[in-house]
Every structure is written in structure tokens, then in C-alpha cells.
Design a protein around this ligand. Structure first.
Ligand SMILES: N[C@@H](CCC(=O)N[C@@H](CS)C(=O)NCC(=O)O)C(=O)O
Length: 244
């Protein structure tokens, strides 16, 4: 049986989508990241980085000890290997999927995350940050658009974990200030994926828990960096700015 430690965010939905697409039974364990569940000692044992998603699989393919995995890319790779789904086995195909998955993990996700932060949540407008991350977000949409002009899916002709990793982030395009009219190949791909019933089922997980606005406690838990030991109180973003 699989436990998915989850919050309704793009990185969380990558895994609920994959589990639904693979038809694997799982239990959702909600982690309220706006209320600081990620800083609890029991969660830290699952992920020292204190972020969702985390997956615990008690039915590993080797029949061994339960496996706890954090980092959404690592979880997707594990599930692809476990099920034989959504990642080709041949060297070229597998490497292409890994390459685009790494691109999502290292570029598309983090840069869209920063763009969203500085354009929607930062206290006060910081033009340099808004411009830098806005430009980078638009550049990355351009990269994705070029890629999807060459192949029907992100890593080639078949739907793969690279698509599953990108989709929930591209879902945030409006909030990112990006219109899909400017990236028609992305728009075509986005519509095709959105029509997948099991992707929809994965996206419905936790949907009612999505907060549109963040109160002070949520801002502190999400944006007030905490030291790794977790013992010191969270700083607010404002006090960080003053310290620098
Ligand atoms: N690279 C990580 C990123 C995980 C991540 O940033 N998760 C966010 C939600 S999308 C989180 O847990 N945030 C809680 C916090 O910032 O304290 C992954 O892909 O799993």
C-alpha cells in the first residue's frame, strides 16, 4: 500500500496524477503546509527538506522494507520503474524522459515558483525580481513551445512522466501572467492532456483545500525561512529583508 503525504500544489498533483494514471491504490495523508505540518518532527523523519510530496511504499517490487521517497522527480521515476508505465525502457527514450524531467525539476518548476512568488505574494513590488523571473518564465514557456512543436509530447511521441511533471505547473499559466495564445504548441498539448480522465482524477485530489489567499500564518510558514534544526522561530520575510 502507498501513502502519499500531500498538499494540493503542483508538486503534489504530479504524484496523485501518476498514481491515478498507473491505477495504483493509495492513501492521501494531508500535510497542511500553510499551518506548518511540514515542520513537525514526524514529517521531518520522512523528508529532511520538509517539503511535500513524500511517498511511502510498503509494497516494494523487491519485497523489502517500506521505501520512503521525497522529491517529486524521484517519486515519478520510482513509480515508472515499479509499474513499467510512462517511461520507455530503451536507452534513448529513457534518457530523453529523464532529461526533460530534470529540466522540469531544475528550471520550469523553480522558476515558475519564483515568478509566482514575486508577482503575487512578495510584500511590496520588487521590479528587478518581477522582471527577472517573469522573463525567465516566458523564456521557459518558449523552450517548451519549441519542444512541443517538434514532438507531440514533452519527451517524444508518448505521454510520459515528463508530461506529468510539467502539466500541473503549466496549469498555473494565468497566475504566471502567461497566455497560451503566445505558445500554441503548449496550448495544443495542454488541451490534449487535460482531456485525460485519470489526469483529471489526480488533479481533483485535495482540490477543495486550495487556498486563494494566504493569511499571516500561511505566509510565515511558506515564506519565512526556518533553520535546518527547526528549533528557532520562523523569520518573517520582512525581517529577513532588514537583516540583509
Ligand atoms: N523539489 C521539490 C519541491 C517540493 C516543494 O517545494 N513543495 C512545496 C509545495 S509545492 C512545499 O512543500 N512547500 C512547503 C514550504 O515551503 O514550507 C519536489 O519537487 O518535490
Amino acid at each position: 500500500m502507498i501513502d502519499l503525504h500531500f498538499a494540493p500544489t503542483p508538486n503534489g498533483w504530479k504524484i496523485s496524477i501518476m498514481l491515478e494514471e498507473c491505477g495504483l491504490p493509495y492513501t492521501v495523508v494531508p500535510v497542511n503546509i500553510t499551518r506548518g505540518d511540514q515542520f513537525k518532527p514526524e514529517f521531518r523523519k520522512l523528508n529532511p527538506n520538509r517539503r511535500i510530496p513524500v511517498m511511502v511504499d510498503r509494497d516494494t517490487p523487491d519485497g523489502g522494507e517500506p521505501l520512503t521517497i521525497f522529491e517529486s522527480g524521484a517519486i515519478l521515476l520510482y513509480l515508472a520503474e515499479k509499474t513499467g508505465r510512462f517511461a520507455p525502457r530503451d536507452l534513448h527514450g529513457r534518457t530523453r524522459v529523464q532529461q526533460w524531467l530534470m529540466w522540469q525539476m531544475s528550471a520550469l518548476g523553480p522558476m515558475l515558483g519564483q515568478n509566482g512568488h514575486f508577482s503575487l505574494y512578495a510584500p511590496g513590488r520588487i521590479p528587478y525580481a518581477v522582471e527577472r523571473y517573469g522573463n525567465e518564465a516566458r523564456r521557459l514557456y518558449g523552450v517548451l513551445n519549441d519542444r512541443l512543436g517538434e514532438s507531440s509530447h514533452v519527451a517524444g511521441d508518448d505521454y510520459s512522466i515528463a508530461d506529468i511533471a510539467c502539466f500541473p505547473w503549466v496549469m498555473t499559466h494565468k497566475a504566471q501572467g502567461v497566455t497560451l495564445d503566445d505558445v500554441p504548441h503548449v496550448r495544443r498539448w495542454f488541451a490534449a492532456l487535460r482531456a485525460r480522465p485519470l489526469l483529471q482524477k489526480g488533479l481533483a485530489v485535495g482540490r477543495r483545500g486550495v487556498r486563494k489567499t494566504l493569511d499571516a500564518q500561511a505566509r510565515s510558514n511558506l515564506f519565512g525561512a526556518r533553520p535546518a534544526s527547526g528549533h528557532a522561530p520562523a523569520q518573517t520575510l520582512q525581517s529577513q529583508q532588514l537583516d540583509n
